[in-house]
Design a protein around this ligand. Structure first.
Ligand SMILES: *Cc1c(COP(=O)(O)O)cnc(C)c1O
Length: 366
């Protein structure tokens, strides 16, 4: 069987480092925040070319607190894409603001900047571009439009650790960058985790308060805050894994290059790597009109695949109250119908890639 992701293979490769890191937390009893989390914040901010890193409990909390720190709430509008994981939109809902969608570009699968200005109203306060699948959105035009209309930019970089746009890292370009360390992400905790990057010292200060009950000092609650703290064990595990992240990212890129090469000249619709940056391949998604058939056939051959995501958020029952209808975001809808994610993880062997690629090519030429 070729799994879609293989967390056990990765654990086996770092077992000797993980044990002592977790033991260190047991010894110091710094179970929430603490020295390991603080050190991880610095290391991850540096890695992401940002000045500050604020560790939280999930990527969703990172998005939620970024919105609150920017002063966004009821009566405001926030623009994002419908072709994303539901958490992007849930965070906007938590803030009290209303989500306004713009469609994706059908090649990059990220926000189409050409559609952005038409969605801006006097209520618009922020834009959340999503660096989907590990590829940066087209940030220069998005940042230019945000500047022109005085809007905050929150990068949803939950799938894009180490991704680059014209040499700039994900999380360093907007006012805030939001990362997830869900176990399956490119940098995954052994539990849940998230982090906000920012270059703004005031935002840094507010984010640190909001994640820990809005306290300036213990019991001095100056803001209505949350319990969104990162656990000490996650900080310790993430510090160990940080050291391997570049190597793992290059392994993902090499795996993607092997898939690309195998699919070149075939009928398989491989994903596009835009010339503007460094794709970190959280997901390697091909497209096909016969998705269900392909997924079943691959499964029968012992090849696990995934679908990210089968329903765009504007058509999810949970967000029906936003009032969108089928047909309003055709590129998102088509992508949701056609994408099929192939096995992708750093430990994927060239043999496994060849097996998957041959099976997919056989389906495409059948
Ligand atoms: C994973 C993810 C999130 C949410 O992160 P959690 O840590 O699971 O809360 C948000 N946005 C995108 C695009 C994601 O992939």
């Amino acid at each position: 069987m070729i799994p879609f992701v293989d967390l056990k293979a990765q654990y086996a490769s770092i077992k000797d480092e993980i044990g002592p890191a977790i033991q260190g937390i047991l010894d110091t009893c710094q179970f929430t925040l603490g020295n390991e989390v603080a050190a991880f914040e610095k290391e991850f901010a540096t890695y992401s070319q940002a000045e500050h890193g604020i560790a939280v409990n999930t990527g969703t909390s990172a998005l939620h607190l970024s919105l609150l720190t920017a002063g966004i709430g009821a009566g405001d509008e926030v623009i994002t894409v419908p072709f994303t994981f539901v958490a992007t939109v849930a965070a906007i809902y938590y803030s009290g603001a209303k989500t306004v969608f713009v469609d994706i570009d059908p090649v990059s699968f990220t926000m189409d900047p050409a559609k952005l200005e038409a969605a801006i109203t006097p209520k618009t306060k922020a834009i959340i571009p999503v660096h989907l699948y590990g590829q940066s959105a087209d940030m220069d035009p998005i940042l230019a439009i945000a500047k022109k209309h005085n809007l905050v930019v929150i990068e949803d970089a939950c799938q894009a650790h180490g991704a680059e746009y014209k040499g700039r890292r994900a999380g360093s370009m907007g006012d805030f960058g939001c990362f997830s360390f869900y176990p399956g992400k490119n940098l995954g905790a052994y539990g849940e985790g998230g982090l906000v990057t920012t270059n703004n010292a005031k935002y840094n200060h507010t984010l640190r308060m909001l994640r820990d009950w809005g306290a300036e000092k213990k019991y001095q609650h100056v803001l209505k805050g949350y319990n969104y703290r990162m656990e000490g064990i996650q900080g310790a595990v993430l510090r160990v894994k940080m050291k391997h992240l570049e190597k793992w990212t290059e392994a993902r890129r090499a795996a993607a290059a092997r898939y690309d090469k195998a699919f070149a000249g075939s009928k398989v619709a491989a994903p596009a790597a835009m010339s503007w940056g460094r794709h970190v391949y959280h997901i390697y998604a091909i497209r096909t009109k016969a998705r269900q058939q392909w997924q079943d056939a691959l499964q029968a051959q012992g090849i696990q695949t995934g679908i990210h995501y089968p329903i765009p958020v504007h058509l999810l029952p949970a967000y029906a109250d936003l009032g969108y209808k089928v047909g309003q975001f055709p590129h998102s809808e088509q992508a949701a119908n056609e994408v099929l994610s192939l096995p992708m993880f750093p430990e994927l062997t060239s043999q496994q890639i060849e097996t998957v690629a041959n099976a997919v090519k056989a389906l495409a030429s059948a």
